[in-house]
Design a protein around this ligand. Structure first.
Ligand code: COA
Length: 184
């Protein structure tokens, strides 16, 4: 199968679905999931410091346009019918052509069950259905071992590099990134 963009609905398995957000219908549930996850996300996710209802609303409102632009494909992580986090495929201006980066976060109650690993595997498979993608990356702070265990389980290989000194830094981040890559 050859695609120009990832599909908006990925049925990963019997309990896990990744689907594009519906800004209006998902706002209340998405906001509550973030609110309940703040302490768990704060160490690693710089945006948590700026979290508010207005920002969550603006984030969901911009998803359709970001998807259409080809830069950012954001999915709700839906486990047994409930949103438990978010993940996505992103292109960044400083990333090499042909590379898509995966990001993910989960509500703390959804961790420890392979949800992030299954989601990242599905996103990797989806990325490689795009003919212009030859490499998938997962980048996280070098101290974020839970995040790194995901690409390690999927056979990605890693290198270290200094993080962008101009990018906002979350409280537990060290300034060194681990970059995991898997080639087609
Ligand atoms: C990063 C994050 C999503 C990883 O979550 P996670 O629950 O550790 O990862 P998974 O969902 O893949 O689950 C892995 C665990 O499930 C277990 N597991 C159960 N079934 C599994 C399956 N089918 N496949 C893989 N692992 C499975 C694994 O053994 C592992 O258990 P362990 O934590 O006791 O070693 C989570 O820690 C998080 O939200 N962190 C805060 C936000 C963040 O840091 N995001 C990344 C920024 S770069």
């Amino acid at each position: 199968m050859t695609l120009t963009q990832p599909r908006p609905l990925l049925d990963v398995d019997a309990e896990l679905t990744l689907r594009a957000f519906d800004a209006e219908a998902d706002l209340a549930e998405f906001f509550q999931v973030i609110e309940e996850s703040l302490d768990h996300l704060r160490p690693w996710m710089p945006w948590v410091q700026e979290h508010s209802l207005a920002r969550a609303t603006a984030f969901l409102d911009s998803r359709v346009e970001r998807w259409a632009s080809g830069w950012e494909f954001t999915y709700a992580v839906v486990l047994d019918g409930a949103i438990v986090g978010s993940c996505g495929l992103h292109r960044y201006e400083d990333t090499e052509a042909g590379t898509l980066e995966i990001g993910y976060w989960l509500h703390p109650s959804a961790t420890g069950r392979g949800v992030a690993t299954r989601a990242a595997r599905a996103l990797t498979d989806e990325a490689f259905l795009l003919p212009d993608v030859d490499c998938v990356e997962i980048v996280h702070d070098a101290a974020n071992h839970a995040s790194g265990a995901v690409p390690a389980r999927l056979g990605f290989t890693d290198t270290l590099r200094p993080s962008d000194p101009t990018a906002p830094r979350a409280p537990a981040e060290t300034g060194e990134d681990r970059v995991w890559r898997l080639s087609r």
